[in-house]
Unconditional design. Structure first.
Length: 119
């Protein structure tokens, strides 16, 4: 069994103010998983940077309200929503709620810098 607590996870601060916690990836669980799992806290009024992933990505909204932009589409998202993003899609999420937007991201296969293009 592997238990990873957010407070003991690597903390990454994005340029846009998002706080990202690297919860699980193949480096932590060698030969057991191929995906990565991150917890993101996006402050009120902020957006993640527009990017394209070579891999698929799943967002699971835990708290708050946002707008998710994928290619030429956008839709409102809120707690309980799960969104699947196809590989090669231009994407970013904007916090339009009154508090922080908190969500999980699952990238499969696991996130690697080489698989992401920042726009």
């Amino acid at each position: 069994m592997i238990i990873k607590n957010q407070k003991n996870s690597e903390k990454i601060t994005g340029n846009e103010g998002a706080i990202i916690y690297d919860l699980l990836n193949p480096q932590h669980v060698v030969n057991r998983i191929r995906y990565s799992l991150a917890y993101v806290n996006l402050p009120h009024g902020k957006s993640t940077v527009s990017h394209i992933m070579k891999t698929s990505e799943v967002y699971y909204i835990l708290e708050g309200k946002g707008v998710l932009y994928i290619n030429n589409e956008s839709d409102s998202v809120e707690a309980g929503d799960t969104i699947f993003v196809l590989p090669g899609s231009k994407q970013y999420i904007e916090n339009v709620g009154s508090g922080d937007l908190k969500f999980l991201c699952i990238v499969d296969p696991a996130w690697k810098k080489d698989n992401e293009t920042i726009l």
